[in-house]
Design a protein around this ligand. Structure first.
Ligand code: FA5
Length: 341
């Protein structure tokens, strides 16, 4: 039996050396250390041996079992290491390679301009309010003191929809009614940014869609001085303290008195160009003291409350800031233009 054990050892260790993968190693374990392996059969026969032989064979069989177990774990560890080395080599990640550049998106210049003006108003304590881009005739005009027959409607070349009475807003002023009706009789200091649409004769400063920021302040004792101070302050926040602005008397049915608010034309430094219609000034918005009828439509008593409002075109502000000579660039989708911002 001792000879048999020697043979078992020799065959087992020899076959172990040639094993290269986990599956074969498991087969080897079953064949050499499993329940029906030759070594285990020797253990099964120990009971039949004589008193003298049993301890000698028993000790040798136990030694062999330990030797095979240790050889098994050594081989198993070696295989694990070599698999690791192999995967480290074959799946090697070269972290010195430069990464692929991601193409970054950016804000559209019209959005940049809206945000700049919103930020300046936010610094002055204004709240931002959103109102719909499609409105009823009542909100677009009627509640703003322009009944159906009113000639001032001609100033707003409106896009009508297939739905009776619904049109794309030609200005952000209908938002005034929404804010007032929500907050009356509380005081208001709000701005309403958003897109407006007009069936417009397109030119270097007129487009069929453009952003306006509506400004609305309602409270007790609000005066024209507050209007001039606020819009003047806005211009200085955007263009610096020396920047020049002017107010011109004008007419809007929803304000009384009314004015146009102009910025000095930075494209021609006041000399006159096609953008400023050769005047040296670019009209940025209309403004005025909220008409008593409009205050009433919004739910405020005009005897007690007054207010001012303005509607400012933000693409035109961006044109002055970046010397953009034609408003058509904003929606022409030319990447050479858009990528500059
Ligand atoms: C109005 O839209 C009035 N709702 C403004 C207002 C609000 C007056 C509150 C009083 C009280 P106006 O049509 O002038 O007014 O437009 C205001 C500004 O929007 C213009 O000065 C200009 O900056 C911009 N704007 C108007 N039409 C266009 C256009 N077609 N393309 C680009 N910008 C425009």
């Amino acid at each position: 039996m001792l000879i048999e054990l020697d043979q078992i050892e020799q065959i087992a260790l020899q076959s172990l050396e040639s094993i290269q993968d986990e599956a074969s190693l498991e087969n080897w374990r079953v064949a050499n250390l499993g329940r029906s392996s030759p070594l285990m059969q020797i253990f099964d026969q120990l009971g039949k041996l004589s008193k003298e032989e049993r301890p000698v064979i028993g000790r040798r069989a136990n030694e062999l079992k330990r030797a095979l177990e240790s050889a098994f774990s050594t081989r198993s560890e070696a295989l694990r290491q070599s698999a690791l080395q192999h995967s480290l080599q074959s799946e090697r990640l070269d972290i010195t390679l430069p990464g692929r550049a991601l193409s970054m998106g950016r804000l559209h210049p019209a959005t940049i301009s809206v945000r700049e003006v919103v930020r300046a108003f936010a610094d002055m304590g204004f709240q931002v309010y959103r109102s719909p881009e499609a409105e009823t005739d009542e909100y677009n005009f009627g509640l703003l003191n322009m009944p159906p027959h009113h000639p001032a409607r001609d100033m707003y070349d409106t896009f009508y929809t297939n739905m009776p009475n619904v049109s794309l807003r030609p200005h952000t002023s209908p938002g005034q009614i929404h804010v007032m009706r929500q907050y009356a009789p509380e005081p208001i200091r709000a701005i309403l940014p958003g897109m407006c649409y007009r069936y417009e004769q397109i030119s270097s400063r007129h487009e069929t869609q453009f952003n306006q920021i509506e400004v609305l302040v309602v409270g007790e004792n609000i005066t024209l001085g507050d209007l001039k101070g606020t819009l003047g302050d806005l211009a200085h926040r955007l263009f610096g303290q020396k920047f020049r602005t002017r107010f011109r008397a004008s007419y809007f049915p929803f304000t009384e008195p009314s004015a146009e608010f102009d910025f000095e034309c930075l494209l021609c430094s006041g000399k006159g160009c096609s953008v400023c219609a050769w005047t040296g000034w670019l009209e940025i918005g209309g403004c005025g003291m909220v008409h008593p009828v409009v205050l009433q439509n919004g739910g405020y008593n005009p005897e007690k409350f007054s207010g001012f409002a303005a509607g400012l075109g933000t693409e035109r502000i961006m044109m002055l800031k970046h010397r953009i000579e034609d408003i058509r660039n904003f929606w022409a989708n030319d990447m050479r233009f858009l990528e500059q911002f």
